[in-house]
Design a protein around this ligand. Sequence first.
Ligand code: CA
Length: 289
Amino acid sequence: MDAELLLDARAVLGEGALWDASRRRLLWVDIEGREVHIFDPAGGDDVAIDVGQEVGTVVPRARGGLVLGLRRGIALLDPASRELTMLADPESHLPDNRFNDGKCDPAGRFWAGTISHRRQPDAALYRLDPDLSVRRVLEGVVNSNGLAWSLDARAMYYIDTGTHRIDAFGYDRDTGAIRNRRTVVDVPDAMGKPDGMTIDADGMLWVAHWGGGRVNRWDPGTGRLLSTVLVPASRTTSCAFGGPDLATLYITTARTGMTAEALAAEPQAGALFAVRPGVQGLPAFEFAG
Ligand code: CA
């Protein structure tokens, strides 16, 4: 399968694709461009909101508005007024780190991790609960990325790109506790590094592979590769099912760090891509706070 160009956005570091099912729009971010994007696939409009600092992730809030992971912490954004409200900055002592990928769990908690630009295991995974308290739930992280929960809500899948693996934890929906980390896929280097991730209605994982120009569908039960969507931009960063039938896979890409020669070979780097792979996704969870 091949992904097709949807929006030639030229994002520096396109990331964080998430379908906002309540409002039928695709949320995504340009981390290094410091923008939250709201894309309407029906009309083709893409609205960019400059948030003034690197933004690693965006999720919808059930009561309206958005929750962001920023360079300097977790914040609420009112997209109409563009007002930012900072909630917490748990790594103010680590100025080289910033928030990266994040997602809400089945109980409406917002999980977001950080990335160490020194590539040291001093990053972490955090959880923002509906009462707006923040806790550190996993330490020793290098580059916190994809998150997904199993259909029965008993497992949480997690990618620390620094490990080149897809891992799983036992997950307790009532308390949000995670335990018993295990590896479900060891990703071969030739496929690129595992980055963003989503889950489909069959419980299979779709993973964007940075440097691999692809999104792979993996079976977390067997570790087997099931299928591949090729993307004409090697820095493939995240993916999300969306559209009215949740059957379109939206894919973000990046052009950061590429030479002029590499960009000439991949002129669509930084674009949004889409493909209809023949399976459906699940609606993303919203922040319940
Ligand atoms: Ca990422």
